[in-house]
Ligand binder design. Structure first.
Ligand code: PLP
Length: 398
């Protein structure tokens, strides 16, 4: 028999399946709210001006493509650290953070997970219920058992914070806790700074290992505002992990630009950790690709381009917020009786709309409006042209 005779078909990715269904739909008014990307008001994936300017510079002074160091472009890693911890932060001055360039935010998570399996092999991983659909599979593939901590409270339309805290309080020492630094995917509900403080206290008291996934820095309230939570972990004197993704904030999805940073107790410890992160990378894909990280490093370290990026990112953030305000107001105007204020309380690209599976199915079948069965819709895919059709469809199924 063939070596592969017993290989089973892996389950289809539910969101990619939704995209295929959307592409096959002949309804001219169809709208895809199932995606996890930011579209502009014309429904297009943006190519940022700061990215184009950096690429122009790179084309005008072309460089040969040698191998990068295993941990990536040094200027890139440094710029990432500045964004995550604040450029003037004491922990960076002390050299206590080990940062490596990674293949997207996913790569940052996987390098961190593989490293953790070496230093903390018997640990369990806790992820939020619900979470980004890849968290569970990614940590399981690194060899960890993965369980949930309560997060979304459907009845309250918010976070079940007491449930979350109770679960963290009951976790064994060394448990790895994956936390969304901002703009929780898929619900859109973040915890408050005061609640973060409580999380930090429990993490510290119980000896848990925090792993912050920061895929949307700048999409919530601002770059520094969204990154502020990091300082709480630093102030508590914790060792912790941060994965960074520039997929959304630079609209560079396909370039796979991300990073992993590990905050350590001393520079000497950070040096040892870095050497082990490099070993994980070396045995997986040897070293990272050049282009995307060079673009991001150029933008972040060139003041004029950096300003351009901050403005463009603010533009994306503000447009999403405008769509939230419009969605809430238009739903209410269309006669939807229930309180829709949760839409403007949520942050980032996603909204748990509160619609159930049947309603999501009706939106697809009757109106060509595609969202995830969980009720998740991508607010960043709404625009001034499609919002009225979306509102009238939601009003009809509500
Ligand atoms: N983490 C979260 C919470 C995400 O939503 C995403 C992307 O959707 C990622 C990580 C992965 O980012 P990347 O595409 O850079 O690998």
């Amino acid at each position: 028999a063939s070596l592969f005779a017993a290989v089973e078909m892996a389950p289809r990715d539910p969101i990619l399946g939704l995209n295929e269904q959307f592409n096959a739909d002949t309804n001219p008014a169809k709208v895809n709210l199932g995606v996890g990307v930011y579209y502009d008001d014309d429904g297009k994936l943006p190519l940022l001006k700061c990215v184009q300017a950096a690429e122009k510079q790179m084309v005008e002074a072309p460089k040969a493509r040698g191998y990068l160091p295993i941990d990536g472009i040094a200027a890139y890693d440094k710029a990432v650290q500045g964004l995550v911890y604040g450029a003037d932060s004491a922990i960076l001055k002390a050299g206590r953070v080990a940062t490596v360039q990674a293949v997207g935010g996913t790569g940052g998570l996987k390098v961190g997970a593989d490293f953790l399996k070496r230093v903390n092999p018997a640990a369990k991983v806790l992820i939020s219920d619900p979470s980004w659909e890849n968290h569970r599979a990614l940590f399981e593939s690194a060899g960890f058992p993965v369980e949930n901590y309560p997060y979304y409270d459907a009845a309250k339309r918010g976070v079940n914070f007491d449930g979350m805290l109770t679960a963290l309080n009951g976790a064994a020492q060394g448990t790895i806790v994956v936390l969304h630094a901002c703009c929780h995917n898929p619900t859109g509900y973040d915890i408050t700074p005061a609640q973060w403080k409580q999380v930090v206290d429990v993490v510290k008291a119980r000896g848990l290992v925090p792993f912050l996934d920061m895929a949307y820095q700048g999409f919530g309230e601002g770059i520094a505002e969204d990154g502020a939570v990091i300082q709480q972990f630093v102030d508590a004197g914790l060792d912790f992990f941060v994965s960074t993704s520039f997929s959304k904030s630079f609209s560079l999805y396909g370039e796979r630009v991300g990073a992993l940073s590990v905050a350590c107790a001393s520079k000497e410890e950070a040096d040892r950790v870095l050497s082990q992160l490099k070993r994980v990378i070396r045995t997986n894909y040897s070293n990272p690709p050049t282009h995307g990280a060079q673009v991001v490093a150029t933008v972040l370290t060139t003041p004029a381009l950096r300003q351009m990026w901050e403005d463009e990112l603010a533009g994306m953030r503000v447009r999403i917020k405008e769509m939230r305000v419009a969605l809430q107001a238009k739903l209410q105007a269309a006669g939807v009786k229930q309180d829709m204020s949760f839409i403007t309380q949520q942050k980032g690209m996603f909204s748990y709309s509160g619609l159930n599976k049947d309603q999501m199915q009706r939106l697809r079948d009757e109106f060509g409006i595609y969202g995830v069965d969980s009720g998740r819709i991508c607010v960043a895919a709404l625009n001034s042209k499609n919002i009225d059709a979306v509102v009238s469809a939601i009003a009809k199924v509500s």
